[in-house]
Design a protein around this ligand. Sequence first.
Ligand code: TEU
Ligand code: CA
Length: 572
Amino acid sequence: NVHRIWWKEASIYHIYPASFKDSNGDGIGDIPGIVSKLDYIKSLGVDLVWICPCYKSPKVDMGYDVSDYRAIDEQYGTMKDVEHLLEGLHSRGMKLVMDMVANHTSDQHEWFKSALASRDSPYRDYYIWKKPKVGENGEKLPPNNWLSLFSGSVWKYDEKSDEFYFHLFATEQPDLNWENPKVRQEIYDIMRFWITKGVDGFRMDAINFISKDPAFPDAPITVPSSKYQHAAMFYSMGPRLHDYVAEIGKILKEYNAFSVGEMAYLYDPTEIIKIVSFDRNELNMVFQFELIDIDRGPFHKYSPKKWTPREFKDIANKWQVFMQENDGWNALFLENHDWGRSVSRFLSDTHELRKIGAKMLATFIGLQSGTLFLYQGQELGLANMPKSWSIEKYKDLETINYYKQLLHDKVSQETLNTAMGEIQKKARDHARLPFQWDSSDFAGFSSIQPWMDINEDYKEWNAAVQVDDPSSVFSYWRSIFDLRRTYKDVLVYGKFELVDPTNEKICAYRRVFGCEAALVVTSFSDSVVTWTLPQELLRPGKIVLSNYGDVKGLQTEMVVRPYEAFLYILSS
Ligand code: TEU
Ligand code: CA
């Protein structure tokens, strides 16, 4: 008894507007640029396009600091351009998903400007204000010890009112006070505004943070040398989260709109299922980050951690099984605008097998149960910045703040080297390098030097060389979207089951729907592995996808090549 519904069958292409395509030669991607590439996107076979924020913004955090939710930032275009984008997508049978930044605004938003100007402002209570803690020598201290996600305290002192305001991200991104019903109404009105314009759904940014522990207690000390402590246990999934998300969900359902919530840092399945279970359906699905956080150490994003393919598959399995047993739904992804490229992080981009590896990862993620998300450039197997690039090439405030903090703390050269190694893997900048369209100057992204440098490999790795090459990573992704349609029952609605679950190198899984079955085999080893196939799988059938392109059939003893991947449809 599976619940069939359109958004389970859909696939989504995720665009970072500043880095996708520049149409007017200012070096920054824009909405007309996206419009000019709709045929490219359509040719992949996706159904929805999600664009990161394009609203008016001072862009301290690249648009995740919104100063006017009803206006488009000049850098990205105009409201007319959004209308063209909507027309272009709708006429091609695709939908548009916008990013809704509801946890915080920019400090340049009219609400915050007014709130800051006076304690009597009607907007004062739109934000979170607290009295200082008074130190031993009478100094004004932040109300608690929480660490901001972008380094430093989550509190910023306002001398004029002698109060601190709360910001989980940059100081220029004050958090909205969701306890205030007027704030919630404002956000709901903004959502209706965009839906009325024709937008088909939202990705709800940082949605797990909108309800915080109202007591704002000090966090336990996990890093004694640090002034501020990781406090997600108090600001993520707070006590009123489900009240709020249920309200959001009601509006979305009114319009049959698409929704995906972003929920970083805590992966508590019992909380997540309340949001995505089919009967509650507060949101259609959420991004939880347990899989792509696999290399996150205990303290923060850049703490190193070793991991094994076995752990990688166990995490995937945990969520597959959990959602199917609880009538929930997964959002499948390995990349977005906040992380390094998957070939570089999980395999190796300097390897001769980069192309094979990119296809293996596509197979691993793309044939699981869930709605499939593809981040721009992932379809080409794009990689991180070269390791030879210095810190000056990095532009993102998360990276820069972190690096500056280390310098400020005068850490040892060894610590700094380790940190740089982690930045080279995980920094948000990697995914934000300009898209590589062709081998012309500036990779066909722009007519001038873009806001971030083009990766050095663009002459070899670009869309123009891949689109018509049947052996390209691009063509492979296209096959995956295609197969999800052709074998919809089994690949979208089929049950997920690991095969040979304890194998350390091979991640194999079966999808089963009635008497239909599919076998997915992926190897995370860069050398040959001999694999004894479980007897019950030795059934007639056919290979419909293979990253080496030449697999004929199954054998009892399979010689699985480095990063090999294939999909076998078993005859019923
Ligand atoms: O990210 C939310 C979030 O929790 C971040 O800490 C994320 O984990 C981090 O960027 C990883 O490095 C969202 C957006 O995706 C991000 O781009 C924004 O900067 C952030 O919200 C603030 O709006
Ligand atoms: Ca531009």
